[in-house]
Ligand binder design. Structure first.
Ligand code: SF4
Ligand code: SF4
Length: 296
């Protein structure tokens, strides 16, 4: 469920809350810290490459290519080990709460929603354009020294402009025209995380005793799942890179949008929300289909 219907439902709920929902705090807290940390690497010369002039930096000092590559490779490998373990045990939390593309897509969704009565409705595209340029500039600065545009040859300047422009345009295309559909259909990292997280100890759980059958959770799910029946068969057509053999637990982004909808509208006033995101009970864990792939 995408576009205006999801935006109206989810951001309509968020706008009416007396205080900012805890998932919004967590998402933006993680997103801002991660973006600033990544931006600090080239800006503060902690680690950056210079594919143009060879002026690589590590902890502020000029280093050769091999030293810079080692400084990059070891933390990169360590982070990937953590990602594998995290995805295997807890599923796609990285997609729901960390991924910059997902965070930027939500920012654009929110801007579009708040501007829905605007005359020109430019808040969405403008936000998408600005954040795409910013993210492309941060990535560019990690790989190439900006001085290439002042001192580089015509070829170096042209290649750098193409590199920078393609990143900005690609990101703009994703966040403006696909948004979270990219997570659902095309993201290669999402496929990797979903394959790892087919039987997890954490996810969405449903308590039918407090459900009012309002259906909002289905409307706001960014990947078209039915949060009330995660153990059921695949609810989606075969699309993108995904096969319909993956369980709904594996596809779930752990974004919590369905929980927000349920807490704030579906079961408002009830002592317990009908949906929760966290450690699964033994029953819910057993309900996860075993990962037999498409034969299931
Ligand atoms: S089921 Fe809930 S937590 Fe999972 S992707 Fe859908 S909205 Fe997000
Ligand atoms: S949002 Fe909550 S109350 Fe509404 S249908 Fe979904 S689980 Fe039931």
């Amino acid at each position: 469920m995408f576009g205006a219907k999801r935006e109206r439902a989810l951001y309509g709920i968020l706008h009416k809350l007396p205080k900012i929902h805890r998932y919004t705090w967590i998402r933006w807290g993680v997103g801002v810290v991660a973006t600033l940390s990544i931006a600090a690497l080239p800006v503060l010369d902690i680690l950056r490459f210079d594919l143009w002039g060879g002026g690589h930096r590590w902890l502020g000092e000029p280093v050769d290519t091999v030293t810079a590559a080692k400084a990059f490779a070891f933390p990169f490998l360590a982070i990937n080990v953590v990602i594998v373990l995290k995805s295997r045990l807890f599923g796609r939390y990285l997609c729901g709460f960390f991924c910059p593309v997902g965070t930027l897509s939500r920012l654009v969704e929110w801007a579009r929603y708040t501007d829905r009565k605007g005359r020109w409705r430019i808040a969405g595209p403008l936000t998408a354009f600005l954040v795409s340029c910013l993210m492309a500039a941060i990535t560019f600065a990690f790989w190439v020294d900006w001085h290439v545009f002042l001192e580089g040859s015509t070829l170096a300047r042209t290649l750098s402009a193409v590199f920078l422009g393609s990143m900005a345009l690609g990101l703009f295309g994703i966040v403006q025209f696909m948004g979270l559909r990219f997570c659902r259909d095309l993201c290669p990292s999402g496929v990797y995380f979903a394959l790892l997280g087919q039987e997890t100890i954490n996810g969405i759980e449903f308590d039918e005793t407090t459900c009012t059958d309002c259906g909002l959770c289905d409307v706001v799910c960014p990947v078209d799942l039915k949060p009330r029946d995660m153990s059921g068969g695949p609810w989606r057509d075969e699309r993108g890179f995904y096969s319909d053999g993956m369980s709904n637990f594996a596809l779930c982004l752990r974004c919590g949008d369905c929980v927000v909808a349920c807490e704030e509208v579906g079961t408002r006033g009830e002592p317990m929300s009908a949906l929760s995101l966290g450690a699964l009970s033994a029953d819910a864990r057993n309900a996860q289909p075993p990962c037999h792939g498409a034969s299931r």
